[in-house]
Design a protein around this ligand. Structure first.
Ligand code: HDD
Length: 707
């Protein structure tokens, strides 16, 4: 570093700050040391190196002379920097961005008739869980709200070992065979030459792959639906996707599909809102989950199962071993067997959320895999990736991954071995150690599946050939508004695709799903004519619509778990603010006060009311509904303020209820907002709460062109 002072001349001493104290006397104490040092004492332990050596100075490296070069001898500096240099580990190739929480699963209905798995046996049993939600495509530092599938991975720490249910918020998948997974992931992630787009499927390589992978069409319908732009992780469903087996004590098998149902119901954003959320708060979902848990509003899901026999499966008009198919609830109803409550945020993000390792192969006695070829491939992949991501074969000893029941075997050594096994015996069979671990008849057993007599081969079975019937069923099961969201999402995504033949090929697939959908997307893309339908390997069936597949149609009006923003300024009517707050919180939502200055505003009762957010940095996309409680003067002033006009314009555009005082009308007028059923008088808190319990769907067609 350039030095302008003469060597050896000390810098003038700085004034000591209240929280600092002079370190040990000696060479280290020269210069402005008082300003920089904080010393142990009270509850503060002594700072040490990783070898336990007490550190006297954590701010200054060791120099040959006070203004001379740094010495290699400085092991305190070297250890600190070396550790820092290695603080990042490879991120997950998919699902890199995630948020997780601890909690428990409580059994409310026994499955003992079907399975020996003890987490599913005795009603009232509580099993600790760690649940991680994720986006799929983006890197660890990407945003929370792109259009994407959400991972929903639950680790049950059972008394018979860890059971990981590694699912998504969509009940089907893009591909039928794990062999295609690397191609799917390469296609959706950033294009390899240019390094973009981050966290988004709206680009050529993804849609090129999809256009040549007809089996993905059902999943594409889900990914283009509002399920892929959720309002909150607390408001998504989860699915184990594959069929698994439950095994009873006699080894008899029943097929099972697992479903998580959120207590707060399903809710999504509208697309323009999701786009703007990416700018307003990268961490929107993570923060929402964190804040809910910190506030004691613990997110909760029911666990439901679909149980069916081999005979029932044989009669389905699709193959349940094909992960691109679901079993409609109308065919096999759901039975709720328990609930999951997430009640504790991790102490440390890296140690827990980053280092947690889920694996579909982690399964307990009484549960078994099915022959779904996607599941079979997954059984290998996760452990394999985790060996390199977490640095070796002992990552199961990291506290977040370790079983909470005793575990013992003859595996030894390896990188980062944390255990210190005693004795001579690290093998089996052995006679030298009476305490060595041995197998048990009640241990994990696989279902004795009768082998069929066909020969081996790389074969896609005929029953996997129908790629469009369930895609059609999903589309036709939606409400009209959800259908137009899907068509518009397809137009958005394909408009970002530069290659014309890819756009046309996708429309050709849509023709097999629903000709009207294909036509709407073709119109939205400005295609001169409707491309020919793609060849279908199987007849496309008209399966009966399944209303259970809707979001909007099934939404129950509620404000529970939602957030409302109230815009205030100097002179805002204190009684109106108080009445709104009471009604909103009474309906189970949280309230945030927004003001032009974060210091707050002086309300009509002359009280200074601090704000939770500053207007320019707290746009209305962060809320489910907004209220503007403004005096005449403040309304006039804010009508000329872009942040206030955008606040209300976006709330209107995102179909939210808006409460406004007479003074706030000036801001509504500046935003060009005409009154409708979702705009209520701020003095009528009851009417506002009622309007805020749903989005104003009728408003949407008047606002924007939907495909
Ligand atoms: Fe996967 C992670 C869900 C198919 C290979 N997957 C991962 C995570 C979730 C899923 C939620 C993140 C877990 C966490 O929070 O740490 N994956 C699914 C679902 C699938 C699926 C629901 C289909 C039904 N996955 C799938 C296939 C393969 C993989 C077919 C490979 C053959 N998945 C991986 C992986 C990841 C992963 C590369 C990345 C990080 C990790 O495992 O630990 O191994």
């Amino acid at each position: 570093m350039a030095a302008s002072r003469k060597p050896g001349k000390s810098l003038p001493p700085a004034k000591a700050a209240a929280t600092t104290a002079r370190p040990q006397a000696g060479r280290e104490s020269r210069g402005n040391a008082d300003e920089l040092h904080q010393l142990a004492g009270g509850a503060h332990p002594v700072l040490t190196t990783n070898q336990g050596i007490p550190v006297s100075d954590n701010q200054n490296s060791l120099r040959a002379t006070p203004r001379g070069p740094t010495l290699l001898e400085d092991f305190v500096l070297r250890e600190k920097i070396t550790h820092f240099d290695h603080e990042r580990i490879p991120e997950r190739i998919v699902h890199a961005r995630g948020s997780a929480a601890h909690g428990y699963f409580e059994l409310t209905r026994s499955l003992s008739k079907y399975t020996t798995a003890n987490l599913f046996n005795e009603v009232g049993t509580r099993t600790p869980v760690f649940t991680r939600f994720s986006t799929v495509a983006g890197g660890a530092g990407s945003v929370d709200t792109p259009r994407d599938v959400r991972g929903f991975a639950v680790k049950f720490y059972t008394q018979q070992g860890n059971f990981d249910l590694v699912g998504n918020n969509i009940p089907v998948f893009f591909i039928q065979d794990a062999m295609k997974f690397p191609d799917l992931v390469h296609a959706v992630k950033m294009e390899p030459d240019r390094g973009f787009p981050q966290a988004g499927s709206a680009h050529d390589t993804f849609w090129d792959f999809i256009s040549l992978t007809p089996e993905s069409m059902h999943m594409i319908m889900w990914a283009m639906s509002d399920r892929a732009i959720p309002r909150s992780l607390r408001m998504i469903e989860g699915f184990g996707i594959h069929s698994f087996r439950l095994l009873d004590a006699k080894g008899r098998s029943t097929f099972v599909k697992f479903h998580w149902r959120p207590k707060l119901g399903l809710q999504s954003t509208v697309w323009d809102e999701a786009l703007k959320l990416q700018a307003a708060d990268n961490d929107f979902h993570r923060r929402d989950l964190f804040e809910a848990i910190q506030a004691g509003a613990f997110p909760e899901w029911d666990l439901a199962v679909q149980l069916f026999t081999q005979e029932q499966a044989d009669a389905f008009p699709f193959d349940h071993l094909d992960a691109t198919k679901l079993i409609p609830e109308e065919l096999v109803p759901l039975t709720v067997i328990g609930r999951m409550v997430l009640d504790r945020w991790p102490d440390n993000f890296f140690a827990e959320t980053e280092q947690v390792a889920f694996c579909p192969a982690n399964i307990v006695p009484g549960i078994d895999f099915s022959n779904d070829p996607l599941l079979q491939g997954r059984l290998f992949s996760y452990l394999d990736t985790q060996l390199s991501r977490l640095g070796g074969p002992n990552f199961h000893q990291i506290p977040i991954n370790a079983p909470k029941c005793p575990f013992a075997n003859q595996q030894r050594d390896g990188h980062m071995q944390m255990q210190q096994p005693k004795g001579r015996v690290n093998y089996e069979p052995s006679s030298l150690d009476p305490d060595s671990a041995r197998g048990t008849p009640s241990g994990f057993r696989s279902f004795a599946e009768p082998a069929d007599d066909e020969s081996k081969g790389r074969i896609r079975y005929d029953t996997f050939a129908d790629h469009y019937s369930q895609a059609r069923q999903f589309f036709r099961s939606q409400t009209a508004i959800e259908q137009s969201h899907m068509a518009s999402a397809l137009v958005f995504e394909l408009s970002k695709v530069e290659t014309l033949h890819v756009r046309e090929a996708i429309v050709g697939h849509l023709r097999n799903i629903d000709d009207d959908l294909a036509q709407r997307v073709a119109n939205g893309l400005g295609l001169a004519k409707l491309p020919p339908a793609q060849k279908s390997a199987a007849a496309v069936l008209d399966l009966p619509p399944s209303p259970a597949l809707q979001i909007i149609g099934r939404m129950k009006p509620t404000l529970e778990g939602r957030a409302v923003g109230i815009l205030i300024d100097d002179g805002s009517d204190a009684t109106v603010v108080a009445a709104l707050r009471k009604a909103i919180e009474g309906a189970g939502a949280t309230v945030k006060l927004i003001a032009p200055k974060v210091g707050g505003a002086t309300l009509s009762d002359r009280r200074k009311q601090p704000a939770d957010g500053q207007l320019a940095g707290t746009p209305s996309v962060l809320f489910d509904a907004v209220a503007l409680v403004l005096s005449d003067a403040a309304g006039k002033r804010l009508a000329g303020e872009a942040a206030a006009v955008d606040f209300v314009r976006d709330a209107f555009g995102h179909l939210k209820a808006i409460a406004a005082t007479a003074g706030a009308q000036a801001v509504l007028s500046a935003a060009g907002i005409a009154k409708d059923a979702g705009i209520v008088d701020a003095g009528d808190a009851k009417a506002f709460v009622k309007a805020a319990m749903t989005r104003q769907w009728a408003r949407e067609p008047k606002l924007r062109t939907l495909a």
